[in-house]
Design a protein around this ligand. Sequence first.
Ligand code: TRP
Ligand code: SF4
Length: 365
Amino acid sequence: MSAEEKQVVNRRVLSGMRPTGKLHIGHYVGALQNWTRLQNDYDCFFFVADWHALTTDYADTSRVKGNILEMAFDWLAAGLDPEKATIFIQSHVPQHAELHLLLSMMTPLGWLERVPTYKEQRENLKEKDLGTYGFLGYPVLMTSDILMYQAGFVPVGADQVAHVEITREIARRFNQFYWLDGERRYTLDRTLAEEKRVWVFPEPQPLLTPAAKLPGTDGRKMSKSYGNSILLSDPEVEVRKKLKTMVTDPARIRRTDAGNPDICPVGDLHKIFSSAEKMAEVREGCTTAGIGCIQCKGWVADNIVTVLNPIQERRRKYEENPKLAWDILEAGSARARVAADATLVEVRESMRMSLGYPAPEKSAE
Ligand code: TRP
Ligand code: SF4
């Protein structure tokens, strides 16, 4: 298969998340919901990026395993289906480490230093020492995750697009140095007239997850570290309680003041969780002071709870029997190892470093 053909028929999708424990509704609308759709139409690999967690949190690893499990509960609860997608743990597929090492040899330092998140995070996370080899090499690890499965598509949020771009650059660089021999054509005097190169790595495309603006209860971006999240596993009373304290349009001080849902974080939630009809009702009621914020928050809570109910129903099974989720991750990891090995055979062969006894160079005659 030529590079172009490989690209055309490529239905592999790969994406991952760091194990942060329980997920919030932002993770759902920003990624998981999209993954559950993709698994129906593509050959999907979804993995828990536990090694990636070490790039910033290497000092305290006590919560990694528990976080993997909690996140797996949420993935399965959200509808990821091990019959459709391969769901696995990065560190259970050590092949990622081998590919990471090989790619690290040919990745120019300047490319890594120029990744926008590199400088940003080093400055923002001052309390951690991120002057490490592993942190600088994080995009190479991510590249290995993606190329390991020769994925054509990588669903990510806008913050990860630069990393997929560097993946494409590293793939291109590898393909310049190494390739598999395709069909060879010889002229009558048996000199090589034309050589077909088969690239090991396709250049993956980012699939940008439509970034819904999902504010937390304090109006900032929903994020676990801000403590402003509504979790996928929050019971109904908790969801309603959190919404009651959620900030609104600051111009609506009294019930009789008109407001504007476009500058209200609750309005942003309505845009994601409510129907067009409900949204029209919110707009009308808010801008004329016809409804109160308490009522408006009740409406959006109803809709969030409706989304969460079936998710929590599915989650219960795994909470009661966590081993079920672990077994799914282990079975997925076994499948991932098979796919990873197939790639590594090609990688080693293209680099003329396959594991067999070195055959003597074939002479031209
Ligand atoms: N870097 C991603 C994040 O922090 C997680 C990740 C690791 C990933 N490897 C990946 C995402 C490969 C997509 C593809 O969210
Ligand atoms: Fe926000 Fe709703 Fe109150 Fe308007 S009525 S300010 S949209 S909470």
